[in-house]
Design a protein around this ligand. Sequence first.
Ligand code: KG4
Ligand code: ZN
Length: 355
Amino acid sequence: MSASGLILAIETSCDETAVAIVERGRRILSNAVASQIAVHAPHGGVVPDLAARHHLQNLLPTLAEAEHQAGVKATECDAIAVTKGPGLIGCLLLGVEMAKTLAAIHGKPLIAVNHLAAHLYSPILENAHSNGGNGSFTFPHLGLLISGGHSELVICHGPLAWEPLGQTLDDAVGEAYDKVAKLLGLGYPGGPVIDKRAPEGDPTAFAFPRPMLGRDDDNFSFSGLKTAVRLAVEKTLDPSQRINASTNQRINDLCASFQAAVIDTLLGKAERALRRHRLQRLAICGGVAANRGLRVAAAERLPGVEIAIPPMALCTDNAAMIGGLAWHQLEAGDIASLDCAPAPNWPLPNSSATR
Ligand code: KG4
Ligand code: ZN
């Protein structure tokens, strides 16, 4: 069906404007990202209107960069893919309208991609190596999707076949990182800075809860952990106090203890699901999969499990994962109509029944 096997993909669901060109669902020819971290950092989180305005500014230059990096023009691609949801409505709209315009003027099929399914696909991309050694991670496997908006455990039976097992009942794990960093005055986004400070602190200094770990299901909850950190901060840190060596150490201990609780919870839940569903492969994806502490702990604590964690650039939001998954949709004839609209609350489909 495919002529060149190339897909041009656009991602604008949150605060990254991203365009990529991917060949046959695996080989990344370009992966251009215009990050808005500096725009939102002063606000302590993503401001939806600001994000939409910056997508508007960044989309055409990012498209040009992706075409330049790949040495390929949109006209040479077999299809135009775009994130249809979930995400921020104003942001999604810009990507979807851009993709529809490109599809219409170049006469290409439009592929509407689910952002969560695309994160789950990211370990399958060519340069996302697993600890199995050969770099060709495969199905079926357990997917642990951990990002700023989502925390989900899913059995991935194939690129387009998902069996969701559980999700967060309140805050997503990345959201907990961002809120804890804000409490500690560490800025936004919280994940990278807490991850950097954690090795300098004592992970046993504060006995934070391991939420839902004792429960016999696959759901998560991170808002109680965030509250436990807030109470500890109120007890042990005086916000009016200037940062000195001793408060700095206490902040590092809080980071280390929080991160230890998150890692124990995520890996404990994943281990239980792997055992229960007799799976030997685990893919960890989404922005929080960039966490260095988690990467090390996963390999140490799950011996005998083949673990795939994409490189940092494929953990956080990117369009390569959209273009990779879209190729399978194109092959399956899943073409969107040119009047398709964004779906800000689109959940991960449960396709296990149709397998
Ligand atoms: O996947 P992503 O880029 O966007 C969403 O779809 O949500 O994830 C962003 C989240 C933020 O909450 C950020 O704090 C977190 O990923 N993050 C990390 C790290 N790098 C980014 N969390 C923990 N450790 C990191 N190294
Ligand atoms: Zn994402």
